[in-house]
Design a protein around this ligand. Structure first.
Ligand code: GLY
Length: 423
């Protein structure tokens, strides 16, 4: 099988690596990819406009792809999957109408209301509102304010704060950028990321993971795209995955079918496990980053056949997924100044020869040195028989890598290891 993967982050590096180990996959192409994928795939680094349907269809034709796997949300929301399907390609990733589950938080809320799925109370604010109407809306929320950009913001459009002035400032900034704002009530409870393969009404969960979104230890500082993750979740109730599938993912999949925009691809349910069980914080229309790096490290079933089954509409016939009975932890090494103003071009040492490294924002400079080229620079993965072992393995690899000014969280998975998470 010849596969074209779209994307350039550590998530796509993890996808490409898993596909590389699938005996049914004999040729992998990536656009634009990153330098970490070079030993695994043919890179089309010049194809940077992966959100342009014509560009992607032309590339898929050139290489005669049997399957196209779309990593990031931007091409999905732009309708790249629709164009590929119209041109006759098998695609892993939802069409534009279904990708609105991530592309428009207001759409996601509407679907959840119709499907009876528990989620935060919300109100949409637009630039037509007066100053006093915005203040009244803020009065109806708080004291914990959740202010979201109702568009794609790479995980960085959300401000969760007890500071009313900061909440108002984010409302004003998002409106000034021309996007609507979503105010939400604060959901309590530990967060869960559950990725589900969805093919119409067929829903197959992967193992549950937890992301760490704030930049600093102890969940301090601004939100990021994600600073680390672990899986599975030792604190989740034994019926936790089944409840999320039955109470959230299946009702949403059925509602999308009912609306004529059946989902095909990966549905990422971001949830808070509160007193009544799972409630949805957000949906994403693609694999999560960095959770994917940990989840795929434990998947035993060859990934190519899994993604192909979803794309071909035969997910219901796929045998149950098999997993290694272990834990996985991934830790993100970020550039100095990330997430606000990442400082790029710093030389990285100790990363090139390590199989536990997944590249994200890396490149080679003219001297042939590996340098930082993005805010989240790379991930390391550790696996082990216990979560503590997996953590130790990840941090041990990270201790051998240097990046001037680079930073990472030292507490990924630590609350779970210490037994400090309860539901
Ligand atoms: N882990 C957060 C995201 O992928 O959006």
């Amino acid at each position: 099988m010849r596969i074209l993967v779209l994307g350039s982050g550590a998530r796509e590096h993890a996808l490409v690596l898993s596909l590389f180990h699938d005996p049914a996959v004999d040729d992998i192409h990536v656009a634009p990819g990153n330098v970490g994928m070079k030993p695994l795939a043919t890179l089309h680094s010049e194809v940077t406009r992966i959100d342009d349907p014509d560009t992607v269809v032309a590339l898929a034709r050139d290489i005669a792809a049997d399957l196209v796997v779309i990593g990031p949300e931007i091409p999905l929301v732009a309708g790249v999957a629709d164009a590929l399907r119209s041109a006759g390609f098998l695609v892993f990733g939802p069409n534009k109408a279904a990708a609105r589950i991530e592309g428009s938080k207001a759409f996601a809320k509407d679907v959840m209301a119709a499907a009876g799925v528990r989620t935060a109370r919300s109100e949409q604010l637009t630039s037509e509102l007066s100053d006093s109407e915005i203040e009244s809306a803020l009065d109806r929320f708080g004291p914990h304010y959740v202010v979201k950009d109702d568009g794609l913001a790479g995980g960085k459009g959300v401000v969760v704060t007890d500071d009313r002035t900061a909440a108002r400032a984010h409302v004003d900034a998002v409106l000034a950028a021309g996007n609507p704002v979503l105010l939400e009530s604060f959901l309590t409870g530990p967060e869960v990321s559950l990725f589900c393969l969805v093919d119409g009404e067929t829903v197959v969960p992967l193992i549950p993971a937890q992301d760490h979104k704030r930049v600093g230890d102890g969940d301090q500082g601004p939100n990021t795209g994600g600073m680390g993750a672990y899986c599975p979740l030792p604190w989740l109730p034994a019926d936790g995955v089944r409840r999320i599938v039955d109470e959230v993912c299946v009702p949403v999949a059925k509602e999308l079918v009912r609306r004529g925009c059946a989902y095909s691809g990966l549905l990422y349910a971001g949830l808070a496990w509160g007193p009544d069980g799972p409630a949805v914080v957000e949906f994403n229309c693609r694999f999560g980053d960095p959770e994917t790096q940990a989840v795929l490290a434990l998947l035993k079933t060859p990934l190519g056949e899994v993604l192909h089954a979803v794309a071909a509409g035969t997910l219901a016939d796929l045998p149950p997924l098999e997993w290694y009975d272990e834990y996985a932890v991934t830790v993100v090494l970020a550039a100095e100044g990330y997430p606000e103003h990442p400082h790029l071009g710093e030389v990285i040492t100790g990363a090139s020869d390590k199989s536990a490294v997944r590249h994200a924002g890396t490149a080679y400079n003219e001297a042939g040195e590996l340098v930082s080229a993005g805010g989240r620079v790379l991930n390391v993965i550790g696996t082990g028989a216990t979560l503590a072992d997996a953590r130790d393995a990840a941090y041990s690899v990270l201790s051998e890598i240097t990046l001037p000014g680079g930073h990472y969280r030292s507490d990924i998975a630590l609350p779970a290891v210490l037994g400090n998470i309860s539901v």
